[in-house]
Design a protein around this ligand. Structure first.
Ligand SMILES: Nc1nc2c(c(=O)[nH]1)N[C@H]1C(S)=C(S)[C@@H](COP(=O)(O)OP(=O)(O)OC[C@H]3O[C@@H](n4cnc5c(=O)[nH]c(N)nc54)[C@H](O)[C@@H]3O)O[C@H]1N2
Ligand SMILES: Nc1nc2c(c(=O)[nH]1)N[C@H]1C(S)=C(S)[C@@H](COP(=O)(O)OP(=O)(O)OC[C@H]3O[C@@H](n4cnc5c(=O)[nH]c(N)nc54)[C@H](O)[C@@H]3O)O[C@H]1N2
Ligand code: SF4
Ligand SMILES: [Mo]
Length: 740
């Protein structure tokens, strides 16, 4: 294990800051330890990392405190959910798992098996999961939590530009004249990027205008020159309305449109119908504000659009991404310094996952399963017979749940994600899991919500304990070394996937001596593709530091890969980017008389998702001691809600209770809850019990940003079912060695 300082990428958000890790024992000092007595590395910003230049936020800075506590140490098994877990050996776990895979293949076929993975995998984990499921087993039923996160961006880029791949880079924050932030609370969710923009604005007043489109007056909106608090779900109309005004004011770039785009005429006709008056009414904003923003979308400006979940998590997510890219095509704001549509990736390696083919319709190297040539290329590289990879997309995340409901899945393998907090309509997910004969959960930590509904728990070695690569939002790949010992019996996910492959008889395909070998195989499969990393290896990344792709074999760190499409040649069949012409639909579940409010669910600065890591840091717990239901004071008056008191929140799917926080930062008619607190947390607040499963038909990304609810004063806390009558405690005993 490492003894001096090491460099790595932060394992939290998709900014992908560089971290410098400092060993627990410095010469002459006592060993630093966490609350469980494990030696503790500390973290600070890595000044050498080109993406973050030494900056970090509070999550990255405290990651050291989370790594050793509450870990799952050994495999655990129980035959049914009503029994306690028993510790078993890896040998027994593998026998059981491989035995069940074999029997399922024999009785029901490969499509009765599915894996649900995560943007928190390293690229090596992702890649071998594809090879195992799509190659060895012959089912495309691999999907990841990126389906809840980035899949609308993936689909949107592909529809408009011909391929996935964010075209811009962080340096563009230093060069744009307009930063258009739509559906992103950048200040809290991509803090280091936001600080970079703010610093520039402070240092050079007037150099950049910040526009924020968000129904909430977020920390991000507070720093904006213009905030458009549009009604939830009306972004597409807003974007069409902006295009209308750009055209009316002659802000478009006719030469670019003629030479490099297609479908302009149809788009022009569509935009013509979205008059400022109509749009202002639809979005519920003053017409004046709309005109102010439209003036900024002009060919003479440099516009950088940043977006995140307020855009992607929508049943028209792909269409909204298309609407945003339309504005960039109209004004030629792409492939040049300071300009471009730029999706902010959520997770630290969701980008690497896309490159490795980590969604049910993808194959490594931005290939798709529906393309015969793509399948053949991958089959050959993997040494599987022709026809092994199925030609139809596998089950997407929510479809996996539906398949369990119908009794069609015999084995659901969940790895590095915690769906019993993060999926919509949680009661349905729980009931579906109860129907699945074998639920396998690979996680680094013991007491996750999902583990309570599992049969077989596999302890995962996590970031810091396994070597691997991650790609951040600006296409930069960082080598993340193993610098701490593995915890207990835990093993890296890729090693487990490889062993299952070998035990299934694919000895040759799954024999690797190291993660570097896995990466070497993956990187060769990207040669000639847009996301070409065939010139990268663990050794090169370790020696030369983080690199942006494309990085073909023989490339050097020249900086040429900063932006995609600088030549205005797109990856569509015609080489032209495409205007999209979708009609705005609005919310899938609009408010009504019975459920008059729109609930939106998002994030706090100091918490990460389901809190398996950040929930263990005292400083972060003090920042956000409990989840709060944000309500506008006017609404509260009508609903008789009081600040600090309990409220019951109900949707068509369920009820929860939460403490009310009155604030004018939320629009009237909307309420907000954080996503973080699942049923194992003391202040449980299962927001996603309320959410529906309606998804974008193109990206299959559920509308996790909105559902219709009613709120009323509550007399007592409604506890999650799992917390009643000590059930949770009884289950918990099996996760805690001391109590066993
Ligand atoms: N602190 C912290 N940072 C994180 C994470 C975390 O858990 N904690 N998770 C990471 C991940 S995986 C992700 S995906 C990103 C998410 O990053 P963000 O998308 O920035 O975060 P959210 O809070 O989910 O939602 C963003 C905003 O969308 C707004 N919104 C809701 N409805 C609409 C709408 O109809 N239109 C528009 N325009 N906006 C709307 C919400 O009010 C909210 O402020 O954060 C990453 N960074
Ligand atoms: N309503 C609503 N719902 C949402 C969202 C929202 O905005 N609103 N956001 C959605 C989005 S964008 C996302 S990304 C999801 C996130 O939701 P999840 O993916 O469910 O959240 P995490 O807590 O990040 O789960 C990661 C799990 O992996 C474990 N882990 C960490 N490292 C490793 C490892 O190396 N190997 C293994 N095997 N396990 C590991 C952690 O302990 C944790 O249990 O939530 C989605 N759900
Ligand atoms: S901004 Fe994101 S990547 Fe950077 S330190 Fe914070 S959580 Fe980590
Ligand atoms: Mo995400």
């Amino acid at each position: 294990m490492a003894s001096g300082n090491v460099r790595s990428q932060c394992p939290y958000c998709g900014v992908g800051c560089g971290l410098e890790l400092i060993p627990p024992a410095l010469p002459g000092q006592a060993v630093k330890r966490d609350a469980e007595g494990n030696p503790m590395w500390t973290a600070r910003g890595d000044r050498q990392h080109p993406s973050s230049l030494g900056q970090v936020c509070i999550k990255g800075a405290t990651v050291g405190e989370t790594l050793g506590r509450g870990r799952l140490r050994e495999p655990l098994y129980r035959a049914s959910l009503d029994e306690p877990f028993q510790p078993i050996t890896w040998e027994q776990a593998m026998d059981l798992l491989v035995g069940r895979i074999r029997s399922t293949l024999a009785t029901k076929g490969p499509d009765a098996i599915a894996m649900y993975g995560s943007g928190q995998f390293h690229t090596e984990d992702y890649y071998l999961a594809q090879k195992l499921l799509k190659g060895a087993l012959g089912t495309n039923n691999f999907d990841a939590n990126s389906r809840l996160c980035m899949s609308s961006a993936v689909a949107g880029y592909t529809r408009s530009l011909g391929s996935d791949g964010p075209p811009a880079c962080y340096e563009d924050l230093d060069h744009c004249t307009v930063a258009f932030l739509i559906g992103t609370n950048t200040a809290e969710c991509h803090p280091v990027l936001f600080q970079r923009l703010l610093k520039r604005k402070k240092r050079h007043p007037g150099s950049v205008k910040i526009v924020v489109v968000d129904p909430r007056f977020t920390e991000t909106a507070k720093a904006a020159d213009v905030h458009l608090p549009i009604a939830p779900g009306t972004d597409l109309a807003l974007l069409h309305g902006l295009a209308h005004l750009v055209l009316r004011e002659n802000g478009q770039d006719p030469a670019f449109i003629d030479d490099h785009t297609e479908n302009y005429k149809a788009f022009f006709d569509l935009a013509a119908r979205w008059t400022p008056r109509k749009v202002a009414r639809f979005c519920n904003i003053p017409e004046k504000r709309l005109r102010e923003v439209a003036e900024l979308f002009h060919r003479r400006e440099r516009v950088l659009s940043l977006w995140s979940m307020g855009v992607n998590q929508r049943r028209e997510g792909t269409a909204v991404v298309g609407g945003l890219i339309n504005l960039h095509l109209l004004t030629a704001q792409i492939g040049k310094e300071g300009a471009g549509p730029f999706s902010l990736t959520g997770q630290p390696n969701a980008m690497g996952g896309r490159e490795a083919g980590g969604l049910a319709h993808l194959l490594p190297g931005y290939r798709v399963v529906t393309n015969l040539e793509h399948r053949q290329e991958v089959e050959q590289a993997w040494q599987f017979p022709a026809g092994r990879i199925a030609a139809t997309p596998g089950l997407a995340a929510w479809q996996q749940v539906e398949a369990m409901e119908r009794g069609e899945l015999d084995l659901w393998w969940v790895a590095a994600t915690n769906p019993l907090v993060s999926m919509p309509d949680l009661d349905r997910v729980k009931a579906a899991m109860r129907r699945c004969p074998l639920v396998v959960v690979s996680d680094a930590y013991a007491d996750t919500e999902t583990s309570h509904y599992a049969h077989l728990l596999l302890p995962a070695a996590q970031w810091s304990e396994k070597a691997g690569a991650m790609t951040n939002s600006e296409r930069r790949v960082t080598y993340c070394p193993a610098y701490r010992p593995r915890h207990g019996e835990s093993r890296p996910d890729w090693e487990v996937f490889a062993e299952v492959g070998r035990r299934l008889g694919f000895e040759e395909q799954f024999s690797y001596a190291s993660a570097a070998e896995v990466y070497a195989e993956f990187s060769q499969l990207t040669a000639g593709r847009l996301c070409d990393v065939s010139g990268l290896s663990h050794a090169l990344l370790e020696a030369a530091g983080p690199q942006q792709w494309p990085f073909p074999a023989g490339a050097s760190a020249s900086g040429e890969a900063k932006r995609l499409y600088s030549d205005h040649h797109f990856t569509t069949p015609s080489g032209r980017a495409r205007f999209c012409t979708d009609q705005p639909m609005g919310l899938a579940e609009p408010p009504c008389e019975t459920y008059p409010l729109v609930l939106t669910v998002g994030r706090y600065l100091g918490q990460w998702h389901t809190m398996t890591r950040t929930g263990k840091v005292e400083r972060l717990q003090t920042m956000h001691p409990k989840p709060l239901l944000e309500v506008h004071p006017q609404d509260a008056l009508e609903l008789q809600l009081k600040d600090g008191e309990l409220a019951a929140v109900s949707s068509r799917r369920g009820h929860i209770t939460a403490t009310v926080k009155l604030t004018e930062c939320i629009r009237r008619g909307s309420v907000f809850l954080p996503m973080h607190w699942g049923f194992t947390q003391e202040n449980a607040c299962e927001a996603n019990t309320l959410m529906h499963d309606q998804a974008c038909p193109v990206s299959k990304q559920p509308e996790l940003k909105a559902c219709a609810v009613i709120v009323a004063p509550a007399v007592s806390v409604v506890k999650p079912l799992e917390q009643e009558a000590g059930r949770l405690e009884a289950l918990r005993r099996w996760f805690t060695p001391a109590l066993r």
